[in-house]
Design a protein around this ligand. Structure first.
Ligand code: NAD
Ligand code: GLY
Length: 358
């Protein structure tokens, strides 16, 4: 098992990464404090792992609440279902809520924990690759509003993150590769170890080898933890984690969140950011090509289907909540990692985006 600290001043915690950690009774019981534990999961993940987890929580009274699978259920009604359960069963602030699932469950249950009695004990047990390398770490929690994704939420740190690499064995292939898309982001942010693991371990990664995954997840979480430790509430540096996301969110919005998985949209978004960075003289075309090959090798999309209207694409980008002026605020790539730049050249942006139209 590997461990990493997230050294926040008020809420420091440890990220535990290893094989079969859902079987580690001592580890799990040490974070699940209080007499009552509520495990929130969904109807896909719960049948696979919830009984095993239940058994390991020994002397606690363990409750279970199952939400229906899917982003559409990161909703106000699911949120109130969790709160109703906590209130109805007299949970206290120092009882524990465990989020067992992908990013949807982590964000939803995390926000319920953040707001129940102004904050109860939370443990994140992420089971998708995306949740293991991104959403479970750093304390962003949220639900969606009919008018926008992640519109209601809070920064709320868990007491611990426990990542069991064996859970990835049951993850559908497309979801797994989408998680690799998010990992490639950390390579671009300057984690050289990640680039070399990804380029040199294709077969092991496709076979979901636990040891290789453990290393990859460790380096990804280490990068995320470094950034969050410096800028917990996204006043500056944390925005770098949005590399590829402004372009990616535009793609997800234009396709109604029903065509691309998040990591797939981010993969195309990173390629757009790389191309723009080449045009601006920040990196050489060799770097863009290297990442193009890497992204394509993991069967992630490298062009956009269905085709789109570039003006609509730019209009969605302009609404991005990171824009602070009329310029497009973008994360670009340079030789030592990433930087945030204001882009005002619409003609350049248009030609970059258009070149991905299939
Ligand atoms: P998800 O939670 O919907 O999981 C993807 C699919 O995989 C679901 O069908 C899920 O049931 C299934 N699944 C998860 N683990 C499994 C396992 N071990 N075996 C079999 N099936 C499994 O989606 P996601 O990609 O994990 O997360 C996306 C969500 O995360 C979005 O809502 C996004 O907004 C959020 N997010 C949050 C942050 C953050 O910092 N909080 C960062 C990135 C993304
Ligand atoms: N996923 C981006 C962040 O946590 O800030």
């Amino acid at each position: 098992m590997r461990q990493l600290q997230l050294p926040l001043k008020d809420n420091p915690y440890t990220i535990h990464i290893g094989e079969n950690l859902l079987n580690d009774e001592t580890l799990l019981s040490s974070f699940c404090i209080g007499g009552n534990v509520l495990i929130v999961s969904n109807n896909v993940v719960a049948p696979l792992y919830i009984d095993k987890l239940n058994e390991k929580l020994g002397d606690k009274t363990v409750h279970q609440l199952i939400i229906r699978d899917g982003e559409v259920n990161k909703s106000q009604s699911s949120y109130f279902k969790i709160l109703d359960y906590l209130i109805g069963n007299n949970f206290r602030r120092n009882d524990t809520l465990v989020a067992l699932g992908g990013g949807v469950i982590g964000d939803l249950a995390g926000f319920a924990a953040a707001s129940y009695q102004r904050g109860m004990n939370l443990v994140q047990l992420p089971t998708s690759l995306l949740a293991q390398v991104d959403s479970s770490v750093g304390g962003k929690t949220a639900i969606n509003h009919p008018q926008g994704k992640n519109m209601i939420g809070a920064f709320y740190q868990p007491k611990a993150v426990v990542i069991d690499t064996l859970t990835l064995k049951s993850l559908p292939e497309r979801e797994y590769l989408s998680g690799i898309g998010e990992i490639i982001k950390y390579a671009l942010l300057g984690e050289k170890d990640i680039l070399s693991i990804l380029e040199n371990n294709f077969e092991s990664l496709m076979a979901r080898d636990s040891k290789v995954l453990e290393a990859l997840i460790y380096f990804s979480c280490r990068k995320k933890a470094q950034v969050v430790a410096n800028d917990e509430k996204e006043q500056g540096e944390r925005a770098l984690l949005n590399l590829g996301h402004t372009f990616g969110h535009a793609l997800e919005t234009l396709t109604n969140y029903s065509y691309y998985l998040h990591g797939e949209a981010v993969a195309i978004g990173m390629l757009m950011a790389l191309k723009l960075s080449v045009h601006k003289g920040l990196i050489s075309a060799d770097i863009e090509n290297r990442y193009f090959q890497l992204i394509a090798s993991f069967n992630l999309p490298v062009s956009v289907i269905p085709s789109f209207d570039t003006n609509e694409f730019l209009a969605v980008m302009a609404k991005d909540k990171k824009n602070q002026s009329k310029a497009y605020r973008l994360v670009l790539v340079n030789d030592s990692g990433c930087i945030i730049q204001e882009e005002t050249d619409e003609a350049l942006l248009t030609s970059v985006i258009e070149s991905f139209n299939a």
